[in-house]
Design a protein around this ligand. Structure first.
Ligand SMILES: C[S@@+](CC[C@H](N)C(=O)[O-])C[C@H]1O[C@@H](n2cnc3c(N)ncnc32)[C@H](O)[C@@H]1O
Length: 406
């Protein structure tokens, strides 16, 4: 992996990173109070979320920043969107991979939810990947949102001392003997290729948004996750973005809607086992992914492109595909298939988009043929039954459009 891609990873605000690096350098030089000063200094960067837990801002791109967690409740999001949907409560020997472990909230919510401090019958191997040692250090300094976070702090402290990033053992908690941590402070793309096959029961995938960290949502990266997850394992991520969902499908996963919390739509759950998918994604989302250019996934063939390169290549690919072998995603054209169009501005626009793919009427046989895998009763004459899962419906609709447009 080139250092170029590492340097381009999207991280928390540079001012925070610089401040934390400075504090820990002072500790290494011998300042016994450096962490205390860091804790106080960090307060000015903290953002309180609705459940009382704190988050930090990301760096800015074109004047825009994100937060590391939803403003509606950082630690609640961890529990609701990552931990609960992973369905781990009845397992005894659990292996979890926490990608983009950040401040350690997802991991803390996991320990708390499974009551790992008291329940010694459960054994947990928790592998955490975070590119930035400064973020691990921020996890040490930030007020803990729940008790179990102190255990994560201890694991982070040990890792930072191992790396000679920190010197002092200040965290009072100890790591219970039933939890085994492995912390990787490296690019997740580099780490995943070195992990054991068919190993994890759950993977938390929690990068910044797909437009900022596209490299962690590419088909090639998700294929690596397919290699290392057990057949009945579950990947959870907060995003519902079309290219992420199509990336999972191209990598071979079934996908479903994750729980809704703090945003309009749920996140995404992915598993190789259809039984783990309780809620399909919506018909509209399936159609947009299968039939329009918005479903073109992120590609990172050698796992070393920058997010910008991946985004730019996808933009070019979308442009080529639109009106050529994919319907245009503008005005949500695929959602009008099978419907009667009004003769107004919108109707004429939709029809123009359809005409580019030689669809002259949204209620023609050809139009019904494209969406038939979603229909209870066949209206195109192919006679094939409805398909009962999102992945295979998307694949089938996409194949039909491909054959039709060629
Ligand atoms: C949305 S935050 C994660 C929040 C975290 N899960 C928590 O519980 O606090 C995204 C994190 O991904 C990290 N990151 C960015 N690019 C990365 C990469 N290529 N590999 C690993 N971590 C990365 C950032 O430094 C940041 O801490």
């Amino acid at each position: 992996m080139t250092s170029r891609s590492l340097n381009n990873s999207f991280k928390p605000q540079k001012k925070v990173i610089d401040f934390i690096r400075y504090c820990f350098k002072e500790e290494i030089k011998g300042d016994l109070l450096a962490q205390e000063k860091g804790r106080k200094g960090l307060i000015r960067f903290l953002i309180k979320t609705e459940d009382g837990s704190y988050t930090l801002k990301s760096d800015e791109i074109s004047g825009k920043a994100e937060k590391m967690h939803t403003i509606h409740g950082a630690i609640t999001e961890s529990r609701e969107k990552f931990v609960k949907p992973s369905l781990l409560e009845n397992k005894k020997d659990i292996k979890v991979l926490d990608i983009c472990s950040g401040l350690g909230y997802n991991a803390a919510a996991l320990l708390e939810y499974l009551d790992l401090k008291n329940n010694r019958e459960i054994k947990l191997d928790l592998d955490m990947v975070e590119i930035s040692p400064e973020v691990l250090a921020a996890g040490l300094l930030i007020p803990s949102p729940i008790k179990s976070h102190h255990i994560i702090k201890k694991a982070y402290e040990e890792e930072l001392i191992n790396q000679s990033f920190a010197k002092l053992k200040l965290v009072k908690s100890s790591i219970p003997p039933n939890i085994n941590f492995n912390i990787f402070t490296r690019d997740a793309r580099e780490v995943v290729t070195q992990l054991k096959p068919k190993y994890y029961d759950a993977i938390f995938l929690d990068p910044f948004s797909p437009s900022k960290s596209a490299e962690l949502y590419s088909v090639e990266f998700l294929r690596e996750l397919k290699r290392i997850i057990k057949n009945d394992g579950i990947i959870s991520t907060y995003t519902s973005a079309a290219p992420v969902r199509s990336g999972f499908i191209d990598a071979g996963f079934h996908i479903g809607e994750g729980p809704v919390f703090g945003r309009k739509s749920g996140g995404t759950l992915a598993s190789l086992n259809l039984e783990n998918i309780k809620v399909d994604i919506s018909d509209d989302d399936e159609r947009m992914i299968a039939l329009s250019d918005v479903g073109i996934p992120f590609k990172d063939p050698d796992l070393n492109s920058t997010s910008n390169e991946i985004m730019n290549n996808r933009t070019l690919e979308r442009k080529k595909a639109r009106g050529n072998y994919k319907l245009s995603s503008t005005v949500k054209t695929p959602l009008f298939l099978g419907k009667k169009l009004d003769n107004d501005r919108l109707g004429r626009r939709v029809l123009r988009n359809m005409n580019k793919l030689k669809l002259d009427d949204p209620q023609s046989k050809n139009s019904f043929y494209l969406i038939c895998p979603q229909q209870e009763f066949c209206q195109c004459g192919c006679g094939e039954p409805k398909i009962y899962n999102s992945r295979d419906r998307i694949r089938k609709m996409s194949q039909r459009l491909f054959f039709y447009s060629n």
